[in-house]
Design a protein around this ligand. Sequence first.
Ligand code: PEP
Ligand code: MN
Length: 361
Amino acid sequence: MAHDLIDNMRKQIDEINLQILDLINKRATLVQELGKEKEKQGSNRFDPERERQMLNQLVENNKGPFNDNTVRHLFKQIFQVSLELQNDDKKKVLLVSRKKQAEDTVITVKGVEFGAGNPILIAGPCSVESYEQVKAVAENHVKRGLRTLRGGAYKPRTSPYDFQGLGEEGLQILKRIGDEYNLVTISEIVTPADLEMASQYIDVIQIGARNMQNFELLKAAGRLNKPILLKRGLSATIEEFIYAAEYILSEGNTQVMLCERGIRTYEKATRNTLDISAVPLLKQETHLPVFVDVTHSTGRRDLLLPTAKAGIAVGSDGIMVEVHPDPDVALSDAKQQLNIPDFNKFVDELLASGLYKGEVV
Ligand code: PEP
Ligand code: MN
């Protein structure tokens, strides 16, 4: 008898569940239609005054047993998911996503194709220190058939007393070397106001890990007609990284490359933890070229080669690595930059592995 009673009550609850489901979906459909109507009229979808009226009306009519706060909380959830339902349409079609563009984005600069299937080495000193220093690296690049030279002119250093970079003078050195040796030059810019000026000197603008969520810088980079290399933030999730790239595309610049450079974890054996799975994930989720920076992720010379191999093996479009003619006296990252002979060994071993095919034929 008692069992029958419970069964009966459960049946009633099931029935009510279905009615609630039906009603919240009916409500959601209406909210969607209302959203479309509002969009046509150009008015904002989120209307806090209207929400306040609805909550007041609900509380006034609340007969319990739920108390007013619970009623507010429950309905606030319903309002929230309804609003998200409208935004979902936007989320589904991120400009960076494979859903939006199935084919890979290929960025061609001075004849170098980034993202076309042949991995590219982006190599050069941490900081531009002098014309002679960059020249030594560039000459070796030409000998080895490499086409892409990196070098920092604006250095985001942990301590304000550390070398901050040569600034515009550093970019001028890169411009001169890039022209003399026909190399693609990449350098980090940290201030929106410097982007236009920097565009005259360098071929690719790097946005560094510390600025991955500098949204004004991202938006300004989005208004440039220059390729951007965007590095993953120190503690950024993949979702945040993707949205950062979306900021650039949303302003019109579609020439964006991503670079996994290690994230902060509890592990101290390496400078950062290289998130190798980020590479195939970013390749799946976006159509943008993806690079792996083995220098800043590992912070260790002995790990540059294995992580570079791993990066290419999981589908990256290339590797970033730092090389300096005399790392012991480098003004930044002295510990992990390769000297030129060791860099050449690194290139030889990558070639021998068959993962890297070389660049100039
Ligand atoms: C760099 O590439 O020079 C650099 C500073 O790297 P990150 O922004 O990844 O730390
Ligand atoms: Mn460095």
